[in-house]
Design a protein around this ligand. Structure first.
Ligand code: NAP
Length: 338
């Protein structure tokens, strides 16, 4: 068992590293459980052209390296391993525990920033052909499908946005959706409809993906959800855009979640229902899901944690004081000039 930290951050996307940067600058000596595949979903993207401060754009993985280095520069300690279990205290001032393997890390505050993953269809061939034709990010991979026949699966705004982007590269994009009505907003649907090489294929679901001789995706087998009619389409690319799954399993039954599994926070703050536990980024956000909004909420979580530590009397532990110097942290400005 280790000393009691002031704060543990679980997750390492823009929310996690920004929370790490701010808590480190507030001298809270954060411990970041960043996972093996640190960097979050931006590690899977190429050019990021909408993160302010990079007028020429920046590659997603490079941006994450920079965020990580910036947090380290101010003293964040990184654990490149998975958090396997989290036990959240329910009393104000209580101590929370995060297990990495057999090692228990304890802290007065926890910032949850585990993000979200792309939802999977769960059909045969999807996993095997992932990266060989099946993708979850048209903005990352569309350029590999110049002149190719492709499908997008889904009927929401993401599917429309991805389809329009993909249509600039692919010769044909069929949007395969399980209902004849679309969840997407009217404007996004119209934008997709306006592209000559986009076709709407409803109401169909994907039954399976099959590889061709090269081992890459060559066929999607579809089924009509109303008539049961089968349809086989020859494609080189399939983009799955059926939403996201927040990675909240570690705190289910402890932190309050909404019906879709996102961690609930109090109003515009990052406070969860557990005292001293804050949540940020895609783990909380249904709607915006941008690197910059995640980073912003990571900053908010750090400030919320700092204020909580300042204002909440500690429940003493047998081993004594936390690792971070709280008395000093009250007087160190956390935000600098920014
Ligand atoms: P979403 O709105 O939840 O849509 C998911 C779509 O995938 C739905 O059409 C759903 O079908 C379908 N789907 C879900 N599970 C499926 C399955 N197992 N098999 C087949 N189809 C399945 O998700 P989203 O499109 O990612 O959007 C999420 C949020 O981000 C929304 O609030 C959206 O407005 C926002 N967003 C905004 C923009 C923008 O404005 N630029 C861009 C992207 C996203 P059903 O409709 O039948 O349930």
């Amino acid at each position: 068992m280790s000393d009691v930290h002031s704060t543990i951050i679980v997750g390492s996307g823009p929310a996690g590293y920004t929370a790490a940067l701010y808590t480190a600058r507030a001298n809270l000596k954060p411990l970041v459980i960043e996972g093996f595949a640190w960097g979050g979903l931006l590690q899977q993207t190429t050019d990021v052209e909408n993160y302010p401060g990079f007028p020429e754009g920046i590659m997603g993985p490079e941006l994450m390296v920079k965020m990580r280095e910036q947090a380290q520069r101010f003293g964040a300690t990184l654990v490149t391993d998975q958090a396997e279990r989290i036990e959240l205290a329910s009393e104000p001032g209580g101590v929370h525990s995060v297990w990495v393997g057999d090692t228990e890390h304890r802290a007065r505050t926890v910032i949850l920033a585990m993000g979200a993953e792309h939802k999977k269809l769960g059909v045969p061939g999807e996993e095997e052909l992932s990266g060989r034709g099946v993708s979850y990010c048209a903005t990352c991979d569309a350029a590999f499908f110049k002149g190719a026949r492709t499908i997008i699966v889904g009927g929401g705004d993401s599917a429309m946005e991805e389809a329009v982007f993909l249509s600039k590269f692919a010769s044909k994009v069929a949007i395969v959706h399980r209902r004849s009505e679309f969840r997407a907003s009217k404007i996004m649907l119209e934008r997709a409809r306006a592209q000559e090489n986009i076709e709407l294929l409803t109401p169909y679901t994907v039954e399976r993906f099959d590889a061709g001789e090269s081992g890459a995706l060559s066929v999607a087998k579809l089924v009509n959800t109303q008539t049961g009619e089968k349809l086989q389409v020859e494609i080189a690319g399939a983009f799955i855009a059926i939403g996201h799954e927040p990675q909240s399993a570690l705190v289910a039954g402890q932190a309050e979640l909404d019906e879709d599994g996102y961690v609930r926070v109090d109003g515009r703050s990052t406070r969860t229902n557990r005292p001293g536990v804050f949540a940020a980024g895609d783990l909380v956000d249904h709607t915006y899901r941008q690197a910059i909004t995640a980073a912003g909420s990571g900053c908010q979580a750090a400030l919320d944690a700092e204020w909580y530590l300042r204002d909440t009397p500690e429940v003493p532990t047998p081993e004594g004081m936390p690792v971070g110097d709280l008395a000093e942290s009250q007087w160190v400005p956390s935000g600098g000039a920014a």
